[in-house]
Design a protein around this ligand. Structure first.
Ligand code: G3P
Ligand code: CA
Length: 330
């Protein structure tokens, strides 16, 4: 192990039990075990003890919100077999070109790469049938489990690609706010955060659409072309202060918090905390860690070293168990 990592771990190992309660955010349900964003995956994430369960949201042809990571369908469904003629000129199959009824005929499978290979080969290998879920189906599922089990597991929807949806003539944020208000979820005191990569849209949600719900500004890298936002500007102290005017926290990529080669922390978490922002990084995957650090070391670094306020994870149980074993309030 690199000496500075050892030093950091030794310092943090002896620190006091952390007073705040870091959140375990089930990233796309429980994709470490079952296909992402399906109701089965959400149910498992709930049972494994997630504090919040994430819903990536895109829009259908008939303006329904579905829970899907991409605006395209072919990486996680059999759309190419069921609707072979429905691709656009770029060869992609867009959720926005299909009605909800059509989308419900698709089977959701494990995420595949461009060659059709499973991205995480050791994850779910069965041939079960799984459907795309709507946002409202996930809301109902989680609310019903909360009612019966007397729990308060929260929602963590992400508004996906608002600029692209707008180009296509669809105001996804208006649709999301409408569903949240229908279910009394546009409320800063409820267990829900709304996240978006597009800073102009986060500002619009708060200032123009009068969103009351807690907001999280996601932070990407500019070369991902995730949105029109300049993340190099957003990561500065001035940028973080601008975020704090409209949002309660930030969702950075883990390598923005720590150099994974040297294990030296960046100033990001400290500066975000100074700006009054919660920090919920993405994504902890125990089956995709850098070679020089294991699960225990990674979680130690994030929770005890960097003192993040929450963590997106494909493996809810691993993070829940870590927090319990380390007696970090949870
Ligand atoms: O929303 C947090 C995290 O999920 C962002 O990454 O690409 O998995 O949506 P992505
Ligand atoms: Ca997401």
């Amino acid at each position: 192990m690199k000496p500075y990592l050892l030093g950091l771990l030794m310092i943090t190992f002896t620190s006091q039990v952390i007073a705040s309660k870091p959140l375990v955010i089930a990233h796309r349900g429980a994709p470490g075990y079952l296909p992402e964003h399906t109701l089965e995956s959400v149910t498992l994430a709930y049972a494994l003890g997630a504090d919040f369960i994430e819903q990536d949201l895109v829009v259908t042809k008939d303006l329904k919100l579905i829970v899907l990571h991409d605006i395209h369908l072919e990486t996680v469904t059999n759309v190419e077999q069921v609707f072979p003629s429905r691709k656009r000129e770029d060869g992609r199959y867009y959720a926005l070109d299909f009605t909800l009824t059509e989308l419900k005929t698709l089977n959701v499978h494990e995420r595949q790469d461009a060659k059709g290979n499973q991205v995480f080969p050791n994850r779910y290998q069965g041939k079960g049938t799984f459907q795309i879920a709507t946002f409202e189906e996930q809301i109902e599922l989680i609310q019903q489990l909360n009612r019966q089990l007397n729990k308060n597991t929260g929602f963590y929807p992400e508004i996906k690609s608002p600029a692209w949806h707008k180009e296509q003539g669809v105001d996804i944020s208006q649709l999301v706010m409408s569903v949240l208000r229908k279910h009394q979820l546009d409320d800063p005191n409820k267990a829900i955060y709304v996240q978006c990569f597009d800073f102009a849209e986060t500002q619009r949600l708060r200032n123009d659409l009068n969103a009351k719900v807690k907001l999280i500004q996601l932070i990407a890298e500019n070369d991902w072309l995730e949105s029109p936002t300049d993340y190099d500007v957003l990561k500065t102290q001035a940028g973080l202060k601008a975020i704090a005017k409209v949002a309660q926290g930030v969702g950075p990529w883990i390598p923005q918090l720590v150099d994974l080669k040297t294990m030296q922390p960046t100033a990001f978490v400290e500066q975000a905390h100074i700006a009054g922002l919660k920090v919920h990084p993405y994504t902890f995957r125990k089956d995709a860690l850098p070679e020089n650090i294991n699960t225990q070391q990674t979680l130690q670094l994030l929770f005890k070293g960097l003192k993040v306020d929450g963590l997106f994870t494909d493996f809810t149980d691993t993070v829940v168990n870590y927090l319990a074993e380390e007696r970090i309030a949870h």
